[in-house]
Design a protein around this ligand. Sequence first.
Ligand code: ADP
Length: 654
Amino acid sequence: MTELQQVFDESPIAIYTCDHNGYVTFYNRAAVALWGRAPQIGKDLWCGSWKIYFPDGRPMPLDTCPMALTLKERIPYENRRITIERPDGSFRNLRVFPRPLFDSNGRLTGAHNTLIDVTETHEQDIRNAMLAAIVESSDDAIISKNLDGTITSWNRGAERIFGYSQDEIIGKPITTLIPLSRRNEEHRIIDSIKDGRKVDHFQTMRCHKAGHEIIVSLTVSPIKDANENIVGASKIARDITDQVKAQEIIKRYTENLETLNAIGKGISEKLDIEAILQRVTEATTKITGAAFGAFFYNIDAVEHEAFTIYVTSGIRPISFEKISIPRNLAIFHPTFKGQGALRLHDITGDPRFSEYPTHFGLPEQYPRVVSYLSMPVILNSGIVIGGLFFGHPEPGKFTSEHEDIIGSIASQVAVALDNAQLFERVRLLSAQKDEFIAIASHELKTPLTSVKGFLQVLTKRQQNDVERRFLEKSLIQVERLNTLVDDMLNMSKIEAGKLEFNIETFDMSDLVQDIVGTFKHTHATHKIVSEVPPAPVFVEADKQRIEQAMINLIGNAIKYSPNADLVNVKLFRSNESLTFSVEDYGIGLTEEQQQKAFLRFYRADGNKGISGLGLGLYLTKQIVDRHDGSLKVSSKFGAGSTFYFTLPLSRSKQ
Ligand code: ADP
């Protein structure tokens, strides 16, 4: 081997030669390594490769390989790209440089070829191309900048989001995109990047070329050079304006829905018209973002049209007094006539408003009305009971969304007002009824007192047995009548919240014994056995009412045990309370009857023939409750009942 051949043989670059017929005449070690095989000198044609392909993967016929062409056409076929397959199945990408060789006479003697393995670079190229394609096709803005904040690359997504073309923006400072108020953010971002920290999904605002602001989600990562030095930053910005707006809309809808529910619940529970209107006016003014809202209420809706300002929000009602008869303004007509919502972007441009060109009839210091929204409130009966009105000094403040929501609220208000009016009427009737009962009771009691007095005078005179029995019976009946009238009066007083209590301290044992004594005297049909503590039991209570409660219970025990003849009355005390009980062996009450026994006007089935109004137990319960006590019953149907109440011995409140 010549010295020169030795140099070639040891060169790290693959080299081989062919004679003018194309037979391989020489190859070095690097070529063998590249081909993965050693060709046979003088036998292999044009090349030592096992298989050859075009760069796009098509098989390349051997006689058209660059070396073959060089020999055929006697010209160099330099820097051609081929792909070879080695016997082990692996592929390499090569750049080849075949050149013809001529002797001193210019005759073709052969050719040499240099093979450069570009497989790695090739793969990198593909990766780069793919990356570039991804960056280009991304919907997000992908931007890089150096550490001075100068923009160094700009994809199509960035162009779409920010409006600048690549040519316009590359080389410009990144602050071009940052609103003045947010410039500090950039310093913080650069500081993070210099520390090698990534900024992830940071929501902020950026400027579009056209001047408007865009809401973006930013991810900024450091860019490092081959030596791991941070040389810049890549920014991915996603335009989330629509997304944020959609979220805001959903949030607003949810809030509105919640307010709507709250209003609905609030007003359906209320029966006071003023409270309903106040709440509705305040809530709707808030929902619409109006500078002020008002409710005009038609006080006398059935007979006339008499709309008066009822409540306002954001403005004092007094301000509206300037509008003497609001319904006379043409602008109010659609509302007071119940023609539906009226929403004006700018009321000042509406001819109907010409009568009050600036302030909607308000004093000067109040905001001008420019945006206008009104909604009639129509009752089930079709009567326009009022209207909701909103105003704002800026134009276009009210949207169709506001109109919808105010419309739903107006329907709820109408239902609530219907109920409130109904309630008002019932309250009025009830007051009239109470008044009637009070007068009637008084009128009944006057003759009753006289009759009782006359009867008592008669009992003092000489009588025979029959006369005495009749007198006693008459007195019992008069007493019953008296109790009934009292019960009626008391019930009506309780209903009106007017039942008064006179609290005094007295001995309960004494009272029980007194009452039992009277019963024994007047009711011979039953034996009344009483049991009271030996020592006095002092309580603070309304003696007369407690007496009434006890009489009711003992009276019932006798009345509802026609076939028995024993009633047990007991009073016993514990440390802090006393219990009074009345036990009978009469008709008793079922479970269900026991549940209802204390209701007003309740009379159990099965007591037919026994007279009563169904008020005694109701009143007894009210009396006991008002003394902080509790009235209960335990009973067995057909076997008898025990009614008992417990009272605290000393009372904190009265
Ligand atoms: P009234 O006796 O005027 O009907 P009350 O309010 O005193 O009204 O009693 C309500 C109902 O409870 C009575 O109609 C009766 O059906 C039942 N009741 C009350 N006390 C007794 C009792 N001791 N035994 C059985 N039922 C009773």
